[in-house]
Write a protein that binds this ligand. Structure first.
Ligand code: ARG
Ligand code: ZN
Length: 492
């Protein structure tokens, strides 16, 4: 009897050990979590549901949507600069992740006709949410092809009660650049960086205008009916929706083959000669800057490179549009500015190739791009990154509002606050000093390489630092990323 109990106990123990070994939640704990784990899908027999109107972003609850993954966008727009009118015809290829009786896209321009898998669908548009009810539910795992026809005047749609439209008109065209909002002003999408997809972008414009967009130029200018020409562009690496852009106007286009692929830059004819000269002197350094950055962060993640400088005096920022950033002309008002080029190109690794999981992770973009500017200075006869951190620390006394914004969790209102950039870069300097140069640069490289084409969160990055360096950086992170107070001393 005793023996039998012992035997049963032994058998149970063996069974438990075996279970622990084979089950993923059991004994073998891997510090390197998979970058994106496939969600567990419901069975196709589950009752159909309405996809959520947001993807689950803590700061922007209506950004993106639930119930499907977009894989490709074919954006086709016809644009009349005189009336600022867009007529759009966009095809979205996606996969359902739930059985969907209804789902949403994000779009601000009025939609007129929607089909799902070639069947007419019902639509209902409220604010930026386009609700689509397909003729029959879309089953989980099955492909969905959604075609949306829409038209409207994007500059007439303000972003909010106090914010103008992110769509910027120019003397002879327009530029679609913005963060986090711009996509919904010119094409329907699952508008969130956590659902990246490939893009083809075709714009038909009055003959004689140029159209610049992301990635490779497939064709253009091509005849497209009386008095019109089309330009076709393609981004073949997954891209976040806010990084898709279009610039329409009269541009001088510069093209050149480089070891990274085709370099293509465009400068608006309307730029004052001095501004145009300074813009060219800066943007034309793109291949050299990529040489520098790829030496630190690892291989350039895309197949084209370049930049665009529109004549849009109200565009007060630059944006890291994938493969081809757009620069506000103000950066070049008083002469060349290579630093902004370094910033936007660093985003090609941090922001574009590795994208935020949620907008609350914005430090992974702006802190890193700002730190790249400091590294450029450090290696080009300027202050060391340590000195830049100390100077910026000294610039902000303890009672400065600057220190109230923790870059690791800035809050919705401060998502692009200076502190996310500058204190964010100080945080990287603090991490560098805590783990040493070799561990620090190995961590940045691991982050860029392991997550290329995907997403990550602040916590994921800190886990990468711990894994690569073997050091605990919780206290440094708490002090520099999360505490809403000035740390006792600059990084040392
Ligand atoms: N990510 C851009 C940069 O750091 C900032 C864009 C700011 N966007 C805006 N709408 N103000 O260069
Ligand atoms: Zn930036």
């Amino acid at each position: 009897m005793r023996n039998r109990l012992l035997l049963i106990g032994l058998a149970l123990a063996v069974l438990l050990v075996v279970i622990a070994l084979v089950m993923p939640w059991g004994g073998t704990h891997s510090a390197q979590a998979p970058a994106s784990s496939a969600p567990t899908l419901p069975p196709s027999s589950a009752p159909p549901v309405m996809g959520a109107e947001g993807i689950g972003d803590p700061y922007f609850p209506l950004a993106g949507n639930g119930g499907y993954d977009a894989t490709a966008y074919d954006v086709q727009v016809r644009y009349d600069p005189a009336a600022d009118r867009i007529e759009g015809h966009t095809t979205i290829t996606a996969q359902a992740t739930e059985n969907l009786s209804r789902f949403n896209l994000d779009l601000r321009l009025p939609a007129s006709v929607v089909t799902v898998n070639n069947q007419p669908a019902q639509l209902h548009q409220v604010g930026g949410e386009l609700q689509i009810t397909p003729a029959a539910p879309v089953l989980v795992g099955s492909p969905m092809t959604v075609v949306v026809d829409y038209a409207g005047v994007p500059s007439a749609i303000p972003e909010g009660p106090d914010d103008p439209s992110p769509w910027v008109r120019t003397a002879d065209g327009a530029v679609a650049v913005g963060e986090p909002d711009i996509a919904a002003w010119w094409y329907p999408s699952n508008d969130h960086p956590s659902d990246k997809a490939t893009f083809t972008i075709t714009a038909t414009v009055p003959a004689g205008l140029q159209v610049i967009s992301n990635g490779a130029l497939l064709g253009g200018p091509e005849p497209a009916g009386p008095g019109m020409e089309q330009w076709r562009w393609q981004e073949s690496e997954p891209m976040a929706t806010y990084l898709a852009f279009v610039a329409i106007g009269h541009y001088d286009i510069v093209r050149r083959d480089t070891r990274y692929g085709l370099y293509l830059a465009a400068y608006d004819h309307g730029l004052a000669p001095q501004v145009a000269g300074a813009a060219r002197a800066s943007v034309e350094q793109t291949p050299d800057v990529i040489d520098f950055l790829s030496g630190i962060f690892g291989p350039y993640p895309f197949h084209q490179l370049g930049g665009v400088v529109p004549d849009a005096p109200n565009l007060h920022f630059a944006l890291e549009n994938q493969s081809r950033p757009v620069y506000g002309e103000g950066f070049f008002d008083v002469g060349p500015d290579v630093s902004v080029v370094v910033h936007e190109l660093a985003h090609q690794w941090f922001g574009d190739s590795v994208s935020v999981r949620h907008w609350s992770d914005i430090w992974l973009n702006e802190g890193f791009a700002t730190y790249a500017q400091w590294l450029w200075d450090e290696r080009h006869g300027g202050p060391s990154a340590k000195q830049s951190a100390a100077m910026n620390y000294a610039d902000h006394p303890a009672d400065d509002e600057f220190w109230r914004v923790p870059p690791g969790a800035p809050g919705k209102a401060a998502v692009l606050d200076r502190a996310v950039y500058t204190r964010g870069a100080m945080a990287l300097q603090a991490i560098r000093m805590a783990i040493g140069d070799q561990n620090f640069f190995a961590s940045l490289r691991a982050w860029a390489t392991d997550r290329a084409g995907r997403n990550g969160s602040v916590q994921d990055f800190l886990a990468t630092v711990k894994r690569v360096s073997g050091k605990n950086v919780d206290e440094v992170a708490q002090t520099w990323l999360f505490a809403p107070v000035r740390p006792a001393a600059p990084p040392s």
